[in-house]
Design a protein around this ligand. Structure first.
Ligand SMILES: Nc1ncnc2c1ncn2[C@@H]1O[C@H](COP(=O)(O)OP(=O)(O)OP(=O)(O)O)[C@@H](O)[C@H]1O
Length: 471
């Protein structure tokens, strides 16, 4: 598309506002200031009595910040131009979305209310969105809110929190009287917890610190189906959307709660403590694998990254709207099915299953994870020397541990895990669960997140295997 431009007067100087399919540009003459942002970053444009105002989220110091640019047209046409810009900036997504905003005042460092009032609210208002806001008042409050959410009222739920509240929302939606329809309500997360892995998976590296990018994702993102996992434990069914882990990785999360004052450094401390104690954990785990070949998983990742944005969403969004009253999907493996299962019984360092490449800023545990391939990625990390554990810390944030020979990396549609020790930690989406046997079973594309990309962003992962040093 040829650039569509309008001449305006801004602060006494002449300026040209223009846009193409890709970009919005403001040029002030003589070239004193220039603003250029992707067209997707334009969140509103309107004109009144010849005065044109455009709101964009411009990237400054690695964060998206709300910026207003305005000018007066002397030749008319501002209203029509603003409308054209708005339509171009919202191609494929609806304008003026209606949100339920859930804010966890206790999440992470306790700044969620400030983040909402000072950063998110002005952006939602600038984009002319409508929202109902609720502060969560106690643990599991979000489960109750999501289980009673009116269908058809909201375009999405915005969660200003960490990953724990998202876990509660998915579980609340599963308890809705119309669970399958409730699961179609997309969730957008604004980082305000101590664990913000979901934001990194959706928005890429730095997404855990970019509130503006998260608000933009809520306003402009499209529904991306994501696999969820049923957890059946002691006859009770719940849902996990992000991770399950036992062994060292659960110890360093749940076993360092008393060191919260250290921030995310407590995880590093926990890992170093694990190197010193060099403890192994006995488990039995049976897996129903879909893929065990690391190079084939890389190939699927490559394919998923190819193709246009439209193609990606088309490929991932072919779900039909469920019928009224459709129940939750049944569990296929609740009985003792063993056909095609592989069993490992061993003392291991940890077992980690998950969806989404990042589990934290410092760890890309599942670099080949895809949003809706019907699998949770599962890693069984076998015993290694202290030296190898230490060396394994380097490159963990860009997925290097994927290539470790000592790690079984699989895509699984289900697994059963049984602790062979009396005490320990089981972390599910970062929450503490009873340390007893459970079954995990994947449901393809059951949940929905908002995304501007249709895939997870984990570009730091090098898809080629490292060259092995000759010994
Ligand atoms: N008002 C409240 N008081 C106490 N706990 C709350 C409140 N609202 C929500 N919670 C709890 O906070 C927990 C986690 O919140 P959140 O997801 O925002 O942060 P997180 O980073 O995952 O966790 P955390 O900060 O605890 O490490 C959830 O278990 C939720 O039940």
């Amino acid at each position: 598309m040829a650039a569509r431009a309008i001449e305006l007067v801004c602060n006494g100087a002449l300026a040209t506002f223009s846009f193409t399919d890709e970009t919005f540009l403001v040029d002030t003459l003589p070239h004193e200031s220039r603003l250029q942002v992707p067209l997707t970053s334009v969140i509103w444009a309107d004109a009144d009595k010849g005065k044109l105002r455009v709101h964009v989220l411009a990237k400054k110091h690695k964060r998206h910040t709300l910026v207003e640019v305005s000018g007066t047209s002397q030749d008319g046409g501002a209203q029509e131009w603003a409308q054209a810009l708005r339509d171009a900036a919202y191609v494929g997504v609806s304008q003026k979305r209606h949100f339920l905003v859930l804010v966890n005042p206790q999440g992470g460092p306790g700044k969620a209310i400030t983040i909402f009032r000072e950063k998110v609210e002005p952006i939602l208002c600038a984009a002319q969105c409508i929202y109902d806001c609720q502060f969560t008042e106690y643990r599991h409050h979000a489960v109750k809110i999501a289980s009673e959410i009116p269908l058809d009222k909201y375009d999405a739920i915005i969660c200003i929190s960490g990953d724990g509240l998202v876990h509660e929302i998915f579980n609340g939606l599963s308890q809705h009287r119309e669970p399958m329809k409730a699961f179609r309500i997309p969730i957008a997360v604004v980082p305000a917890g101590s664990g913000n892995g979901t934001c990194m998976n959706v928005m890429g590296l730095g997404g855990d610190q970019d509130v503006g990018a998260a608000a933009l994702n809520a306003i402009k993102g499209r529904p991306m189906p994501v696999d969820l996992c049923s957890i059946l434990q002691d006859g009770k069914r719940s849902f996990s959307y992000m991770s399950q882990c036992v062994g060292l990785m659960a110890d360093l999360d749940l076993g360092t709660e008393h060191l919260r004052w250290m921030g995310s450094n407590r995880f590093v401390y926990g890992f170093l403590r694990g190197i010193v104690t060099h403890k192994l954990y006995p488990f039995s785990v049976s897996v129903k694998p879909i893929e065990t070949d690391k190079m084939k998983m890389i190939e699927s990742l490559r394919v998923s990254r190819e193709g246009s944005l439209e193609q990606r969403f088309e490929a991932s969004g072919s779900r039909k709207m469920p019928e009224d009253g459709a129940p939750l999907p049944p569990l296929r493996y609740a009985s003792d099915d063993t056909d095609g299962w592989i069993t490992f019984e061993d003392s291991i360092l940890f077992i980690y299953a998950g969806k989404g490449p990042y589990v934290s800023r410092d760890l890309m545990q599942f670099p080949v994870s895809l949003p809706n391939d019907g699998a949770f990625d599962l890693v069984i990390q076998h015993a290694v020397t202290r030296g190898d554990m230490f060396a394994g810390m380097s490159g963990a944030e860009r997925g290097d541990p994927y290539w470790l020979d000592s790690a079984n990396y699989m895509k699984a549609s289900a697994y059963r895990l049984k602790p062979l020790m009396p005490h320990g930690y089981l972390s599910i989406d970062g929450e503490k669960f009873p340390f007893t046997e459970y079954l995990a079973e994947v449901h393809q594309g059951l949940g929905t997140l908002l995304s501007m990309h249709g895939i997870y962003l984990a570009d730091e992962f090098a898809m080629d295997p490292p060259v092995k040093k000759k010994s």
